[in-house]
Ligand binder design. Structure first.
Ligand code: SAH
Length: 375
């Protein structure tokens, strides 16, 4: 039942469920985030203090600068190849890339070697990205998907993604009495509003849960899977093996596969009911780094141990960088730098919740910060 106060997207989702029955959470996320006209990432710029959430590159320039230096050292360790594709997945406003390019432009030879490749579906954000990096005069191309990026002979890739995987659609499964049932989005029989419903427990649903997780589950446990993340991880791993190169993924997530409902919505910097405002709230789920790493290893690429964001940024020298920035800052700026540093690395801020996974081609020297090689 649609009501007059429903947004066009909510009315569309209700009609869809009315016609063909409950939809998966993945279908709901795809409608809410990527609907061509009303999807969250299609129509607006959701970042920053005025937006719904703030990401690490928007907290401080130090974040993008250090990732730029990570990329430059990865390039040098490959023997400074004459051409390199610097690929960013889901670049938002282009802030990370802009800070990265500014930090590396004095590295000899890198300016002539770089082509920037952005994987971005949002036309609004593509425009922001173009503006952000214009000043550096580095050639850049935009692509709908990672697979659309052409592979050039002898051109390695460095792939970066901050808060990219958490925006990809997940499915949820709940352990019932006998087996697994999918959590679906349906319509409440009384109110006509969106609500969660349980699908049937079937052997087919059981088969969607990895055997290792199936054995450990008890009634009520929720398992989340993100097929698009696994597919992209596989494609990136193949590219890293084919041309050489490294990848760096940073996201809110867990290092090992775990049970739990991590599907969440943010609106105006506050948690929001997940089904309430499709298209007007950001939807995310925690990233299962173990599943991504496994997919990359199965495709032959190598991965380092999952690090926390705090450890990773400290290894790259963020504290020294902050001190250096403070030498030419006034008192208010010094306070702002200290606050940003704390936000990025402290355990009660983004330092522990955000994780870092580094992958590299089987013939590539391990990039910086690969410690305790896992695969
Ligand atoms: N990396 C940025 C933005 C993170 S938000 C930052 O840290 O600030 C997620 C980004 O991924 C946005 O740019 C969004 O438009 C993009 N995005 C979401 N789903 C996508 C998809 N399926 N393919 C490509 N880009 C996507």
């Amino acid at each position: 039942m649609t009501s007059e106060t429903d947004s066009p997207l909510l009315a569309h989702i209700k009609r869809r469920i009315n016609v063909s029955g409950p939809i998966t959470i993945a279908d709901f996320m795809t409608e809410a985030l990527a609907h061509p006209e009303h999807g969250y990432y299609r129509k607006q710029d959701p970042f920053g203090r005025a937006g719904d959430f703030i990401t690490a590159p928007e907290v401080s320039q130090m974040f993008g600068e250090l990732i730029g230096l990570w990329a430059a050292v990865t390039w040098q360790q490959m023997g400074s190849p004459p051409k390199i594709d610097l690929i960013e997945l889901g670049p938002g406003r282009g802030t990370l890339m802009s800070d990265a390019l500014r930090a590396v432009r004095n590295v000899p030879g890198i300016g002539d070697a770089l082509t920037v490749r952005f994987v971005e579906t949002s036309p609004v954000l593509r425009t922001h990205q173009q503006t952000s990096i214009m000043a550096y005069g580095i050639p850049a191309t935009w692509h709908e998907t990672f697979d659309d990026i052409p592979t050039r002979a002898n051109v390695p890739a460095i792939v970066i993604g901050n808060e990219f995987f958490d925006a990809l659609p997940i499915r949820q499964f709940e352990r019932g009495e006998k087996g697994w049932a999918e959590r679906l989005v349906g319509l409440d029989a009384k109110t006509g509003e969106l609500g969660f419903v349980r699908g049937a427990e079937t052997p087919i649903t059981d088969a969607l849960i990895p055997a290792t997780m199936r054995g450990a589950a008890k009634k009520g446990d929720i398992f989340e899977s993100c097929a698009p993340a696994i597919a992209i991880a596989d494609q990136i791993a193949r590219r890293l093996n084919e041309t050489g190169g490294g990848a760096l993924f940073i996201d809110y997530g867990h290092p090992g596969s775990a049970f739990g409902d991590t599907f969440q919505a943010l609106k105006g910097h506050e948690y929001h009911p997940v089904l309430s405002d499709p298209g007007d709230a950001d939807l995310t789920a925690h990233v299962d780094f173990a599943a991504i790493g496994r997919a990359m290893n199965e495709a032959g690429a190598r991965t380092g141990a999952v690090l926390t964001q705090g450890t990773f940024l400290r290894m790259l020298g963020i504290e020294q960088r902050a001190e250096h920035l403070k030498t030419s800052a006034d008192d208010a700026q010094k306070t702002a730098i200290d606050q940003a540093l704390s936000r990025l690395i402290d355990a009660d801020q983004m330092g522990t919740l955000f994780k870092v996974l580094i992958a590299y081609g089987r013939d590539t020297t391990p990039p910086p910060c690969v410690s305790g090689v896992a695969g």
